[in-house]
Design a binder for this molecule. Structure first.
Ligand code: SF4
Length: 279
């Protein structure tokens, strides 16, 4: 097993207003992420310099987060909480620390709605809890490609795409609302019709839906992707507009062919109010 740095910290706040329009609040039990995805925008939003520099190798565990969350949410207006927005809530230390599980218990029992997003089948450990509160929760899995040779390069320490799909199947079979996030889509890396249609077809099999998004250039991820993928794929400016339109057309066709609901990430906020968002 590779060596990683796990550092415990105490926090003063456990929940914040989300900067993503589809959520009211965000909870992130960890800072940094051991999945080490090369395209991750969260590198630029991670407070601790060593976690940023050693992306995928250093993570901060917010050990007192459940206690603070319990206190903060007692009188907070109920709304939709994104778990997690700048880390993965089921990186492997979660098996020991159980911060995500404790956060779910607090939020769901108090009537908050929760949207979980992960790349890890460890989420299945909490299937009892998720099933009990299934009217209040949905679970998304990020799948950029089913091809392990691709994912080993761009998300080197994340669980295999096949294991994520298996976890999604288990949750869907249990009647839980699931979705697949295909993103980021990177030109020349995971943008071909066979790659994307394989995932959309899987979503159709498990009565799931699709959210997708394009790669956006950030300083941290650009540095990590350099040399791994073509330089022009990292720099998505105006030149990418016709490429993006082509991808959106492809999704429209695949949505019709497989009978799967597909939404661009930036349009999620239009859909979320119907699912319980506050504003
Ligand atoms: S799992 Fe998500 S938060 Fe973690 S490195 Fe990958 S993209 Fe970033």
């Amino acid at each position: 097993m590779r060596a990683v740095n796990i550092r415990e910290i105490s926090v003063k706040s456990a929940i914040s207003r989300s900067s993503l329009p589809e959520y009211d609040y965000a909870v992130n039990p960890y800072s940094g992420c051991l999945h080490g995805c090369r395209y991750c925008f969260a590198i630029d939003f991670t407070m601790q310099n060593d976690a940023r520099v050693d992306w995928g190798g250093t993570v901060y565990v917010k050990k007192n987060l459940p206690e603070i969350l319990d206190h903060q949410t007692k009188s907070m207006r109920r709304g939709l909480v994104g778990i997690s927005t700048v880390t993965d809530p089921y990186i492997y230390p979660e098996a020991t620390y159980r911060l995500t599980r404790q956060s779910l218990i607090i939020l769901l029992s108090r009537g908050f709605r929760v949207s979980l997003q992960t790349k890890s089948p460890l989420v299945l450990r909490d299937i009892d809890l998720i099933s009990r509160y299934q009217e209040q929760i949905d679970v998304g899995f990020t799948i950029t490609s089913m091809n392990r040779e691709v994912t080993d390069v761009i998300e080197p320490y994340a669980p295999s795409p096949a294991s994520r799909l298996h976890a999604l199947e288990r949750l869907s079979m249990a009647g839980i609302r699931t979705w697949i996030f295909i993103g980021p889509i990177i030109e020349g890396v995971n943008d071909s019709e066979p790659v994307i249609s394989e995932i959309v077809e899987a979503a159709s099999r498990y009565s799931s839906r699709i959210i997708f998004d394009f790669y956006n250039e950030y300083a941290g991820s650009s540095a990590l992707l350099k040399g791994l993928i073509p330089e022009r794929s990292v720099k998505m400016g105006k030149a990418g507009l016709s490429w993006k339109k082509g991808i959106m057309d492809m999704f429209r066709d695949l949505s019709a062919r497989f009978g799967v609901e597909v939404n661009l990430q930036s349009e999620e906020w239009l859909r979320r109010p119907a699912m319980g968002k506050l504003f």
